[in-house]
Design a protein. Structure first.
Length: 378
């Protein structure tokens, strides 16, 4: 009997350095331009990095917080592109959360005319002539996975109806990522929670995804279980580096899975909450996860089997249920378990299926770029 065909696609060129203290291995044998999150990098780490870079550091710019908007990206490019032009071999080194890393992904593509940059970001294009600088990414939160994906999120706030943009050049991956859980120790409790919820959303969205494959499924399942098991403990013991490392590992694994599948329906629904209600991205995704989980059940046997295992469920030997039926039941139970788990963290899940307007919104987002990745659209 022939083995079933295995369909896989994988492309991720990022060289990953992972582990406590790996931040201290950063050294430059070429010019470097630094973009760092002022709230994320302490004085000691700033001093250490400055000493390691020495004269190779040609500019240092601080991200001061807020949405990674088109105007902010334009301002950074106007500030730093002249430095990059003067040092064509320079790398861009970014340290911070997902917003900082995404801004660096934009910054590294130096265009001849900065006045045209916003048009390219809005249309997800590159000009014919562009200089691509090496990119080194250092996440200081455990959540976004941006260090191992090729796309950058920008918020277009200068238009009548503000919108989220996803800019994704084919060669948008960083050259190197340094994932050091020690850098997340300074994250306050709310930020720690919301970033981990973002990781969980990336993991689950990679499972109920029409682009999923056995590799992404394994990574995503591991990531989801790491968050569910460790986040409550990290919130109780924020200084425990071993627990922080588990969340950093989850973020990296989910980011790797997402780098192949992209995100799906929960993310599509989240953007309006961030723009209109100011909800942090992780929470804005998390409030939709139980509903989207329930929609995903019975859409795919492999997805059901994976969802049934998220909370540790397995098909018991001797059960009278067929494996596929048992997976359906386990997946259904998982949605309720997730709803209760989120509530213990102060997150109130939402459901659009109870009203006509909600169902219309759900239908609209199902047809969006991210919604089309959802497994229901197979």
């Amino acid at each position: 009997m022939a083995a079933p065909a295995l369909h896989l696609a994988w492309a991720n060129p990022v060289r990953i350095h992972w582990g406590a203290g790996c931040f201290q291995s950063i050294a430059a044998d070429q010019p470097v331009v630094v973009l760092a999150d002022r709230a994320a990098l302490g004085y000691e780490d700033e001093t250490l990095l400055g000493e390691r870079l020495g004269a190779q550091c040609k500019a240092w710019s601080w991200y001061q917080g807020g949405l990674g908007s088109v105007p902010l990206a334009q301002m950074l490019c106007d500030e730093l592109w002249p430095v990059l032009q003067a040092h064509p071999q320079a790398a861009v080194l970014a340290l911070g959360g997902g917003t900082t890393l995404d801004l660096a992904k934009v910054l590294r593509y130096r265009m001849a005319d900065s006045r045209m940059a916003a048009a390219h970001w809005r249309n997800n294009t590159l000009p014919e002539h562009v200089e691509r600088h090496p990119l080194w990414l250092v996440p200081t939160t455990a959540g976004t996975g941006s260090e191992v994906t090729r796309w950058a999120t920008l918020w277009d706030t200068d238009i009548a109806a503000p919108a989220k943009l996803s800019w994704a050049p084919a060669d948008g991956f960083a050259e190197q990522a340094f994932v050091d859980p020690c850098l997340s120790l300074s994250c306050p409790q709310r930020l720690t929670r919301d970033c981990a919820l973002d990781t969980l959303a990336h993991a689950l969205e990679s499972l109920w995804n029409r682009n999923a494959n056995p590799i992404t499924e394994a990574l995503a399942l591991d990531a989801a279980r790491l968050v569910l098991h460790n986040l409550p403990s990290v919130l109780e013991q924020p200084g425990n580096i071993a627990l922080r490392a588990e969340l950093s590992r989850a973020s990296l694994l989910a980011g790797l899975a997402m780098s192949q599948t992209q995100t799906a329906l929960a993310h599509a629904l989240s953007y309006a909450l961030t723009l209109k209600e100011g909800l942090p991205h992780g929470e804005a995704c998390a409030v939709w996860l139980p509903m989207v989980w329930e929609l995903a059940v019975q859409q795919s046997p492999s997805c059901d089997a994976a969802l049934a295992r998220v909370f540790g469920g397995t098909v018991q030997e001797g059960t009278k249920q067929a494996p596929q039926e048992a997976a359906h039941v386990g997946a259904q139970h998982g949605a309720q378990a997730l709803r209760l788990w989120l509530q213990t963290l102060g997150v109130a899940p939402r459901d659009l299926r109870q009203s006509a307007s909600g169902r219309a919104q759900l239908d609209t987002e199902m047809r969006s770029a991210r919604g089309r990745n959802f497994i229901v659209n197979r």
